[in-house]
Each structure stands twice: as structure tokens, then as C-alpha cells.
Design a binder for this molecule. Sequence first.
Ligand code: F3S
Length: 399
Amino acid sequence: MSASHRTHIYCREMRMKLEQEHENVLRGEDGEAMALAMKTLVAYGEAFGAKRLVPIKSAHLTGSFGISPFSAYYQILGRLADEGAKFKVPTTLNPRPGRDLNIINRLIFGRQKRLESCYSALGITPNYSCVCYFNANVPALGDRIAWAESSAVQYANSALGARTNRNSILIDVCGAVTGLTPEFGYLLDENRRGRVLVRIKIDRMDPPALGYIIGKTVVDRVPVIEHYPFSREELKNMGGAMAASGGVALFHVEGVTPEAPDMKTVFDGSPKETITITQADLDAMRSKNTEKIRHVIFGCPQMTADEAAALAERFAGKKTALPVWFCMIPDEMKQFEQTGLFRKAREAGVQVYDHCPLASLPVRKKSHTVLTNSGKLYYYLENTEYGATDDCLRACGVL
Ligand code: F3S
């Protein structure tokens, strides 16, 4: 590093108090790329009023799609790797993008191998899933972590009671290589209290639809849903939708999630606002145009082996009328592949993948309308309709 560059890095206007060892990193003692990572983290924290950096237990990264326009990102990862930097905490990574699905994807994701070799040099845990929190990277109640990927952030904060902000791509890498995150937002008790009470008047629960409506309504406030016995997969799918249609990073469910033993505790008093979501609200989300559907997708966030098995039973002994994808957590897909239900799903015409469906369908014909029971995929993927699980099975002709 040149002397002038080093001086420029060090002579910042200090508002955040740093430990001496972190000042040393900032000064360039661990290399120029590490100094820039620390500088970025400090600037990020100062922008949000953080007073200090705190150690983290783990990181989760979102930059898993090797597309060519991200060349600056690959350069930064490459510089860190060339300087011998390593992730300081266990660090997992989002799904692969389905590069080998077709020739177009091979062109779009032409930097995938380069990206993965940089991550490997830095010491990634190669789980390749947004659902890291069921096995690859499971934080405990109260753990400070620095995760990106909105669907993973919401689960870690809400269902596990860990503490992370919704970090962006690159900020996530800075957290992983330094083992630190600025202390603000959802790391602080006062920002983890409930803000909006969500009453539910629902006969047929549809967690992704509920999450989607809550996200749209509360945007980035902390909702508290009155008691419902959601499974962990339902929390995953509801939270993923909430984090997409809104900016929700934390929600509570009365008597289910760890920071909401009862309403009084989670609100620290009474809620300032109450909303009610009804069966009619959920039903209004369901597609009325199923005749134009050309493709049905399950698994965003990616599916567990239990979810895949439950769906596969519905396909057993039948033939799907449309292309249908199960997108699964890679390790869970390996388990599922060992089962008879996997064979039955394949015989019915189901394609089972371990990539991210959103990344793998960037270019489609306009007539290629997708139906999904994922609130998140419905929000992000163009030309997509939402259906409850049974709507999707009906569109496949197996119900
Ligand atoms: Fe995961 Fe891709 Fe959906 S990263 S949450 S499967 S958009």
C-alpha cells in the first residue's frame, strides 16, 4: 500500500470508538484490503449512529451468483484472498444460480467458478443455501451475527432470537473477514420490541400469503402475530415473504418465537397499532388466471426434505401436466434423493434442483407464466402468479 493511501485510510474523522487491534487493522497492518473492509464497516456503522463494533458468532453471505457485471465485487474478494485474509467466523453462502440449466445461464453466470474459488480461499462453509439456519449455521438465542439475505435474517432474528441487521452484499463480507459488526438496529433491545399487533381471522392458514400481506402493511416495523402453532418450515416461508414484500427483519409470534412469551413482554406495554388479516385477504392473493400458467415452482426459500416428501406424496402415482420444480437445500436434497418419494416425484415429472429459482429464470419468454406458493418468489419474479399449495397442485393436474 502507498503511504498516501495509508494516511488517507487512517485520518478519518473518528466518531466510533475502536479497540486498538481494530485501529491497527484500519491502519493497514493486516493488508490494504483488510483495512478497506474495516473502513467500510466503520463508515457503515457511523452512518447508522453505532458507537462501537462488536464481535459476531457467524456470517451469512448473499453474493452467490457469478454474473459478469459484478466484476468490482470479484476484484475485492480476490484482493482479500491474495492478501491471505480468512473469514474470522463460520460463514455460509446463498444458493447457486442454476448455471448449468441452459446455455443462456452458462453465459450469464460465466464468473461462477471464479467467485466460488475466491470464497473457497477465504474459508467459506460451502452450504450453498439461503436456508443455512436449519443445519449449516445455527445461531443461539441472543447471539450477535452479521448476516445478509433477507429471508435468512428474518428467521435468525425471529425464530431463533439471534441478533442481526439486514446487511447488504459486501457489508456481509466485511463482517465475515473482520468478525465484527457495528452495534445498531436489531442488535439493540429497544429495537426488538413489537410495534404492530397482527390479529388473524383465518380458517385455512397459508403462511406465505399471510407473510406477504404483513410485509406490505407494516413495511419495516416489527409485527407481532397472535398465537398460531406455525412449524419451523411455515415460519421460514412466512418470514421469507414478509422480508420481500416489506423490509421486515424481525417478527414475533405470541407464545411461539423466543422473545414473545406473551403480548405484554413483547410490546413492553400495549401495541400502538393493531391490524386484522382475514381469510378473504389471503384468498385475494390467489391467482384467478391459472389457465395461463406454464410452470409451477416450489421452494423459495429452499425446501427441506420434509417439505419435499410431503409434496411428493401428492404427486405419487400421477403425471404432472406442467413443468414443476422443487428447489431444495442441497444437503436436504441429498437426503430426499435416497427416498422412495423422490423416485415417485421424478416418475410424476417433477424436476428436483438445489439452485435458487429466482436466479435461474432471468430470461423467459413473456408467455412463460410461473405459479408458485412462495410469497418471496411471487414478489420478485416477473410474470408470476401466487397460489396456495393446493392451487399449485391443481395447476399441475395432480389434484
Ligand atoms: Fe433463497 Fe433464492 Fe428464494 S436465495 S429465498 S431461493 S430467491
